[in-house]
Design a protein around this ligand. Structure first.
Ligand SMILES: O=C(O)CCC(=O)C(=O)O
Ligand SMILES: [Fe+2]
Length: 291
Protein backbone atom coordinates (compact mmCIF):
# COMPACT_ATOMS: atom_id res chain seq x y z
CA UNK A 1 0.00 0.00 0.00
CA UNK A 2 1.54 3.34 -0.96
CA UNK A 3 1.93 6.29 1.35
CA UNK A 4 -1.61 7.35 2.23
CA UNK A 5 -0.80 10.87 1.02
CA UNK A 6 0.12 9.70 -2.50
CA UNK A 7 -2.74 10.32 -4.91
CA UNK A 8 -2.39 7.90 -7.82
CA UNK A 9 -4.85 9.91 -9.93
CA UNK A 10 -1.79 11.86 -11.08
CA UNK A 11 -0.76 8.82 -13.14
CA UNK A 12 -2.65 8.31 -16.38
CA UNK A 13 -1.08 5.01 -17.37
CA UNK A 14 -0.23 1.78 -15.50
CA UNK A 15 2.36 2.07 -12.75
CA UNK A 16 2.97 -1.68 -12.38
CA UNK A 17 3.08 -4.53 -14.87
CA UNK A 18 0.35 -6.46 -13.02
CA UNK A 19 -2.11 -6.52 -15.94
CA UNK A 20 0.22 -6.26 -18.88
CA UNK A 21 1.83 -9.62 -18.07
CA UNK A 22 0.28 -12.93 -17.06
CA UNK A 23 -1.73 -15.44 -18.97
CA UNK A 24 -4.96 -13.50 -19.23
CA UNK A 25 -6.23 -13.28 -22.76
CA UNK A 26 -6.46 -9.93 -24.48
CA UNK A 27 -8.76 -10.69 -27.35
CA UNK A 28 -11.30 -8.40 -28.92
CA UNK A 29 -14.96 -9.24 -28.36
CA UNK A 30 -16.42 -11.21 -31.24
CA UNK A 31 -19.38 -10.08 -33.33
CA UNK A 32 -21.74 -12.44 -31.42
CA UNK A 33 -20.76 -10.93 -28.05
CA UNK A 34 -21.29 -7.38 -29.31
CA UNK A 35 -24.63 -8.32 -30.90
CA UNK A 36 -25.69 -10.06 -27.65
CA UNK A 37 -24.86 -6.90 -25.69
CA UNK A 38 -26.82 -4.68 -28.09
CA UNK A 39 -29.83 -6.97 -27.94
CA UNK A 40 -29.87 -7.83 -24.23
CA UNK A 41 -28.05 -4.96 -22.49
CA UNK A 42 -25.25 -7.11 -21.11
CA UNK A 43 -22.59 -9.62 -22.06
CA UNK A 44 -20.95 -12.01 -19.58
CA UNK A 45 -18.28 -14.63 -19.12
CA UNK A 46 -15.28 -12.68 -20.39
CA UNK A 47 -12.01 -13.68 -18.74
CA UNK A 48 -9.85 -10.74 -17.64
CA UNK A 49 -7.66 -11.98 -14.79
CA UNK A 50 -5.61 -15.05 -13.99
CA UNK A 51 -5.59 -16.57 -10.49
CA UNK A 52 -2.46 -14.72 -9.41
CA UNK A 53 -3.91 -11.35 -10.40
CA UNK A 54 -7.12 -12.18 -8.53
CA UNK A 55 -5.08 -13.11 -5.43
CA UNK A 56 -3.18 -9.83 -5.60
CA UNK A 57 -6.37 -7.79 -5.92
CA UNK A 58 -7.97 -9.71 -3.03
CA UNK A 59 -5.00 -8.98 -0.80
CA UNK A 60 -5.08 -5.29 -1.68
CA UNK A 61 -8.86 -5.15 -1.20
CA UNK A 62 -8.43 -6.64 2.25
CA UNK A 63 -6.09 -3.78 3.15
CA UNK A 64 -8.49 -1.20 1.73
CA UNK A 65 -11.35 -2.63 3.78
CA UNK A 66 -9.40 -2.21 7.00
CA UNK A 67 -8.24 1.39 6.65
CA UNK A 68 -8.76 3.73 9.58
CA UNK A 69 -11.22 6.62 9.31
CA UNK A 70 -8.32 9.06 8.94
CA UNK A 71 -7.01 7.23 5.87
CA UNK A 72 -10.08 7.55 3.67
CA UNK A 73 -9.60 11.06 2.30
CA UNK A 74 -8.97 10.05 -1.32
CA UNK A 75 -12.07 7.86 -1.64
CA UNK A 76 -15.13 9.46 -3.27
CA UNK A 77 -17.32 7.23 -1.09
CA UNK A 78 -16.46 4.64 1.53
CA UNK A 79 -19.23 2.75 3.21
CA UNK A 80 -18.50 -0.15 5.55
CA UNK A 81 -22.12 -1.25 5.39
CA UNK A 82 -24.46 0.12 2.75
CA UNK A 83 -27.12 -2.57 3.17
CA UNK A 84 -29.32 -0.43 5.37
CA UNK A 85 -29.61 -3.45 7.69
CA UNK A 86 -27.26 -4.11 10.61
CA UNK A 87 -27.82 -7.86 10.13
CA UNK A 88 -26.32 -7.79 6.63
CA UNK A 89 -23.03 -6.26 5.48
CA UNK A 90 -22.41 -4.69 2.10
CA UNK A 91 -19.02 -2.99 1.87
CA UNK A 92 -18.98 -0.45 -0.98
CA UNK A 93 -16.32 2.09 -1.89
CA UNK A 94 -15.58 4.39 -4.83
CA UNK A 95 -12.09 5.71 -5.54
CA UNK A 96 -9.76 2.79 -4.76
CA UNK A 97 -7.84 3.68 -7.94
CA UNK A 98 -6.41 6.75 -6.18
CA UNK A 99 -5.07 4.71 -3.27
CA UNK A 100 -4.04 1.28 -4.54
CA UNK A 101 -1.58 0.67 -7.41
CA UNK A 102 -3.38 -2.52 -8.42
CA UNK A 103 -6.87 -1.01 -8.47
CA UNK A 104 -5.33 1.93 -10.33
CA UNK A 105 -3.81 -0.31 -12.96
CA UNK A 106 -6.94 -2.42 -13.34
CA UNK A 107 -8.51 0.60 -15.11
CA UNK A 108 -5.97 0.28 -17.90
CA UNK A 109 -6.30 -3.49 -18.22
CA UNK A 110 -5.93 -3.92 -22.00
CA UNK A 111 -8.72 -6.53 -22.25
CA UNK A 112 -11.11 -4.28 -20.34
CA UNK A 113 -10.36 -1.12 -22.30
CA UNK A 114 -10.48 -2.95 -25.62
CA UNK A 115 -13.89 -4.49 -24.90
CA UNK A 116 -15.28 -1.22 -23.49
CA UNK A 117 -14.09 0.67 -26.56
CA UNK A 118 -15.85 -1.85 -28.81
CA UNK A 119 -19.10 -1.79 -26.82
CA UNK A 120 -19.23 2.01 -26.58
CA UNK A 121 -18.06 2.43 -30.15
CA UNK A 122 -15.33 4.92 -29.35
CA UNK A 123 -12.54 5.82 -26.91
CA UNK A 124 -13.51 5.53 -23.25
CA UNK A 125 -12.74 7.55 -20.14
CA UNK A 126 -12.91 6.64 -16.50
CA UNK A 127 -16.10 7.74 -14.78
CA UNK A 128 -15.31 6.03 -11.47
CA UNK A 129 -14.40 2.68 -9.99
CA UNK A 130 -16.19 0.70 -7.26
CA UNK A 131 -15.64 -2.28 -5.02
CA UNK A 132 -18.49 -4.32 -3.55
CA UNK A 133 -17.92 -6.97 -0.89
CA UNK A 134 -20.56 -9.30 0.48
CA UNK A 135 -18.94 -11.25 3.30
CA UNK A 136 -19.82 -14.90 3.87
CA UNK A 137 -23.04 -15.69 5.81
CA UNK A 138 -24.27 -12.13 6.30
CA UNK A 139 -23.55 -10.40 2.98
CA UNK A 140 -26.13 -7.81 1.95
CA UNK A 141 -28.21 -7.47 -1.21
CA UNK A 142 -27.95 -4.80 -3.92
CA UNK A 143 -31.50 -3.80 -4.86
CA UNK A 144 -32.72 -3.68 -8.46
CA UNK A 145 -31.46 -0.54 -10.13
CA UNK A 146 -30.24 1.03 -13.34
CA UNK A 147 -26.76 2.52 -12.92
CA UNK A 148 -27.70 5.67 -14.82
CA UNK A 149 -30.19 6.56 -12.08
CA UNK A 150 -27.08 7.45 -10.03
CA UNK A 151 -25.40 9.28 -12.91
CA UNK A 152 -27.89 11.78 -14.36
CA UNK A 153 -25.34 14.55 -13.64
CA UNK A 154 -23.49 13.36 -16.78
CA UNK A 155 -24.98 13.39 -20.32
CA UNK A 156 -25.75 11.82 -22.72
CA UNK A 157 -26.26 8.18 -21.72
CA UNK A 158 -23.03 6.69 -23.10
CA UNK A 159 -21.75 4.85 -20.05
CA UNK A 160 -20.74 1.26 -19.45
CA UNK A 161 -20.11 -0.90 -16.39
CA UNK A 162 -17.56 -3.68 -16.18
CA UNK A 163 -18.19 -6.04 -13.23
CA UNK A 164 -15.16 -8.20 -12.37
CA UNK A 165 -15.50 -11.15 -9.99
CA UNK A 166 -12.83 -11.70 -7.36
CA UNK A 167 -14.61 -14.89 -6.22
CA UNK A 168 -16.56 -17.46 -8.16
CA UNK A 169 -19.99 -15.84 -8.00
CA UNK A 170 -23.02 -18.11 -7.89
CA UNK A 171 -26.68 -17.87 -6.97
CA UNK A 172 -25.70 -19.05 -3.45
CA UNK A 173 -23.23 -16.24 -2.71
CA UNK A 174 -25.23 -13.45 -4.32
CA UNK A 175 -24.16 -13.17 -7.98
CA UNK A 176 -25.42 -10.30 -10.07
CA UNK A 177 -28.70 -10.77 -11.96
CA UNK A 178 -29.55 -8.90 -15.16
CA UNK A 179 -33.00 -8.29 -16.67
CA UNK A 180 -32.46 -8.91 -20.40
CA UNK A 181 -33.60 -6.11 -22.73
CA UNK A 182 -34.36 -3.71 -19.86
CA UNK A 183 -31.75 -1.36 -21.33
CA UNK A 184 -34.55 -0.32 -23.70
CA UNK A 185 -36.68 0.90 -20.78
CA UNK A 186 -36.88 4.54 -19.74
CA UNK A 187 -34.99 5.64 -16.68
CA UNK A 188 -36.77 4.47 -13.51
CA UNK A 189 -36.76 6.43 -10.25
CA UNK A 190 -34.17 5.29 -7.77
CA UNK A 191 -34.86 3.53 -4.47
CA UNK A 192 -32.82 4.13 -1.35
CA UNK A 193 -30.54 1.32 -0.21
CA UNK A 194 -32.28 -1.47 1.65
CA UNK A 195 -31.80 -5.18 2.01
CA UNK A 196 -35.30 -5.81 0.64
CA UNK A 197 -34.57 -6.69 -2.96
CA UNK A 198 -38.10 -6.52 -4.26
CA UNK A 199 -38.89 -3.06 -2.94
CA UNK A 200 -37.75 -1.53 -6.23
CA UNK A 201 -40.28 -3.61 -8.16
CA UNK A 202 -42.97 -1.18 -6.98
CA UNK A 203 -41.48 1.24 -9.50
CA UNK A 204 -42.17 -0.94 -12.55
CA UNK A 205 -45.12 -0.53 -14.89
CA UNK A 206 -47.37 -3.59 -15.43
CA UNK A 207 -45.70 -4.07 -18.81
CA UNK A 208 -42.20 -3.94 -17.30
CA UNK A 209 -43.26 -6.36 -14.57
CA UNK A 210 -44.40 -8.77 -17.28
CA UNK A 211 -40.94 -8.56 -18.90
CA UNK A 212 -39.08 -8.74 -15.58
CA UNK A 213 -37.27 -12.06 -16.03
CA UNK A 214 -33.90 -11.71 -14.27
CA UNK A 215 -31.07 -14.02 -15.29
CA UNK A 216 -28.40 -15.01 -12.71
CA UNK A 217 -24.91 -14.34 -14.04
CA UNK A 218 -22.63 -16.95 -12.52
CA UNK A 219 -18.99 -16.11 -13.17
CA UNK A 220 -15.67 -17.67 -12.29
CA UNK A 221 -13.24 -15.49 -10.36
CA UNK A 222 -11.32 -13.36 -12.85
CA UNK A 223 -14.20 -13.24 -15.33
CA UNK A 224 -16.22 -10.13 -16.00
CA UNK A 225 -19.50 -8.96 -17.42
CA UNK A 226 -20.40 -5.66 -19.05
CA UNK A 227 -23.76 -3.96 -18.71
CA UNK A 228 -25.52 -0.99 -20.24
CA UNK A 229 -26.31 1.95 -17.89
CA UNK A 230 -30.07 1.37 -18.25
CA UNK A 231 -29.98 -2.42 -17.73
CA UNK A 232 -31.92 -3.29 -14.59
CA UNK A 233 -29.82 -5.43 -12.26
CA UNK A 234 -29.36 -6.39 -8.65
CA UNK A 235 -27.98 -9.14 -6.45
CA UNK A 236 -29.38 -11.07 -3.49
CA UNK A 237 -27.93 -11.46 0.00
CA UNK A 238 -25.05 -13.84 0.62
CA UNK A 239 -25.83 -16.45 3.26
CA UNK A 240 -23.32 -18.96 1.89
CA UNK A 241 -20.03 -19.70 3.60
CA UNK A 242 -18.03 -17.96 0.82
CA UNK A 243 -17.49 -14.23 0.36
CA UNK A 244 -18.52 -12.53 -2.88
CA UNK A 245 -16.09 -9.75 -3.79
CA UNK A 246 -16.12 -7.64 -6.96
CA UNK A 247 -14.20 -4.82 -8.58
CA UNK A 248 -16.18 -2.57 -10.90
CA UNK A 249 -15.01 -0.10 -13.51
CA UNK A 250 -17.49 2.47 -14.81
CA UNK A 251 -16.56 4.28 -17.99
CA UNK A 252 -18.04 6.84 -20.36
CA UNK A 253 -17.51 7.35 -24.05
CA UNK A 254 -15.05 10.21 -24.55
CA UNK A 255 -17.10 13.39 -25.00
CA UNK A 256 -19.69 12.76 -22.26
CA UNK A 257 -20.49 16.11 -20.62
CA UNK A 258 -21.02 17.35 -17.13
CA UNK A 259 -24.63 18.40 -16.55
CA UNK A 260 -23.96 20.26 -13.30
CA UNK A 261 -21.85 22.99 -11.76
CA UNK A 262 -21.47 20.89 -8.60
CA UNK A 263 -18.48 18.52 -8.20
CA UNK A 264 -19.27 15.28 -10.08
CA UNK A 265 -17.65 13.20 -7.32
CA UNK A 266 -16.85 14.11 -3.72
CA UNK A 267 -13.74 16.23 -3.50
CA UNK A 268 -12.98 16.62 -7.21
CA UNK A 269 -12.90 20.01 -8.94
CA UNK A 270 -16.03 21.11 -10.78
CA UNK A 271 -16.32 20.24 -14.46
CA UNK A 272 -18.57 23.12 -15.53
CA UNK A 273 -21.96 22.21 -16.99
CA UNK A 274 -21.66 21.51 -20.71
CA UNK A 275 -17.93 20.69 -20.54
CA UNK A 276 -16.64 17.20 -21.32
CA UNK A 277 -15.31 15.00 -18.54
CA UNK A 278 -11.52 15.13 -18.53
CA UNK A 279 -8.50 16.21 -16.52
CA UNK A 280 -6.92 14.52 -13.55
CA UNK A 281 -9.92 12.53 -12.34
CA UNK A 282 -11.40 11.36 -15.63
CA UNK A 283 -8.46 9.96 -17.61
CA UNK A 284 -8.72 8.51 -21.08
CA UNK A 285 -8.39 4.72 -20.82
CA UNK A 286 -8.41 3.76 -24.49
CA UNK A 287 -4.98 3.87 -25.99
CA UNK A 288 -5.21 6.38 -28.81
CA UNK A 289 -2.10 6.27 -30.98
CA UNK A 290 -0.46 9.52 -31.99
CA UNK A 291 -1.25 10.59 -35.57
O1 LIG B 1 -21.90 -6.25 -7.02
C1 LIG B 1 -23.13 -6.20 -7.06
O2 LIG B 1 -23.84 -7.07 -6.65
C2 LIG B 1 -23.79 -5.00 -7.69
C3 LIG B 1 -22.92 -4.31 -8.64
C4 LIG B 1 -23.58 -3.25 -9.43
O3 LIG B 1 -24.64 -2.77 -9.15
C5 LIG B 1 -22.88 -2.76 -10.62
O4 LIG B 1 -21.81 -3.28 -10.95
O5 LIG B 1 -23.41 -1.85 -11.29
FE1 LIG C 1 -25.20 -1.28 -10.60
Amino acid sequence: MPDSRADLSAFHSPITSAFTQGDQAVVPLCREQIDFFRENGYVAGIRLLDDEQVDQLRAELDLLMHLEDGELGLFYEYNRNESGDPGHTLFHALGAWRVSPLFHDLLWHPGLTMAATELLDGPVRLWHDQVFVKPARHGGAVIWHQDYSYWTRTVPVAHLTCWIGLDDSTVENGCIHYVPKSHNWDLLPRESFTNEMDKALDLLTPEQLRDFKPVPIELKKGECSFHHPLTLHGSFANSSDRPRRAAIVNVVRDGVLSATDEPLLAGVPVVPKGQPLGGTFFPLLTHVSEP
